[in-house]
Design a protein around this ligand. Structure first.
Ligand SMILES: [Zn+2]
Length: 279
């Protein structure tokens, strides 16, 4: 499932291409046909990301809400005649949408297609507020409230590794960031959330914010300090060098050599080093 940094990246990209433009909106698959008709031709005012949710605000229309879920994804086809230049498709060459394309957003410069989302819907006026009220703070937003996250963790006796995936506690963290942030902080995923002391929490929050921001910048999740695997920059890390513990079950810990353990936690596989994250 895409984590928060991917959603924020989509928001940034879609703002860049569509903000202030009259957008041709359609639903090639048909399942969002009625909604698309209401949005078609309207000007997109902005796109906002909150946790794993995207909100598209069109002039004079209801807000479009998209949640990708496990299988959703966007495809962006840039047109060759785009003012911003570079490579692209000519109008005649653009491939037809796949049968699963729920939503298509089109301007003369770009075609953006969405398939397989969990949600693609128009919200009533309170809809966005209602969705956001169910979510904890988003570490990628400037206004995110660390104290609210700390307070939510103090109220929970569930393992910290489960609490971090609970979008009501903190919005946007998925399985990779959970595994990597807890490793970097030396915190066992099974430790009860309410046993984190304030210093533990501050370190964890700073780590999560830093990792998500780096993910947003790079467009992928790279958590390993390059020097620890003998490289000079994050960009030089190979695919199997980018994580400390995620998907490394049975392999030696990069810091201590102990075999990384994997186990189910909150319905997803958790990874941890029993030595670096004692429990
Ligand atoms: Zn270790």
């Amino acid at each position: 499932m895409p984590e928060g940094h991917t959603i924020h990246r989509y928001a940034r990209e879609h703002r860049r291409w569509l903000r202030g433009r009259a957008v041709e909106v359609s639903s090639p698959q048909g399942r969002f046909a009625a909604g698309a008709r209401l949005l078609d031709g309207r000007t997109l005012l902005t796109v906002d990301a909150y946790g794993k949710h995207l909100f598209y605000r069109f002039q004079g229309a209801a807000t479009l809400h998209v949640h990708l879920g496990l299988y959703g994804g966007f495809r962006e086809l840039r047109m060759v005649n785009s003012e911003r230049g570079g490579d692209g498709w000519s109008v005649a060459e653009v491939p037809p949408p796949t049968p699963g394309t729920r939503l298509q957003l089109r301007t003369p410069e770009v075609t953006i297609r969405l398939s397989g989302p969990t949600s693609c819907e128009l919200l009533d006026p309170d809809g966005e507020t209602r969705i956001r009220a169910r979510l904890g703070p988003d570490p990628l937003r400037r206004d995110s409230d660390a104290e609210a996250v700390a307070a939510a963790l103090r109220r929970r006796t569930t393992p910290i590794g489960a609490a971090l995936l609970d979008q009501k506690v903190v919005a946007g963290i998925g399985n990779v960031f959970r595994a990597e942030a807890l490793f970097v902080c030396g915190t066992a995923p099974l430790r009860p959330a309410n046993l984190l002391d304030p210093d533990d929490f501050q370190r964890l929050w700073a780590t999560i914010r830093g990792m998500l921001a780096e993910g947003l910048r790079m467009g992928r999740i790279v958590t390993v300090e390059p020097a620890e695997v003998g490289k000079r920059t994050r960009g030089r890390l190979l695919a199997d060098e980018r994580h400390y513990v995620y998907r490394r079950a049975g392999l030696p810990c990069r810091r201590c050599g102990t075999a990384i353990r994997a186990f189910k936690l909150a319905a997803r596989t958790a990874y941890a080093c029993p030595t670096c994250q004692p429990w």
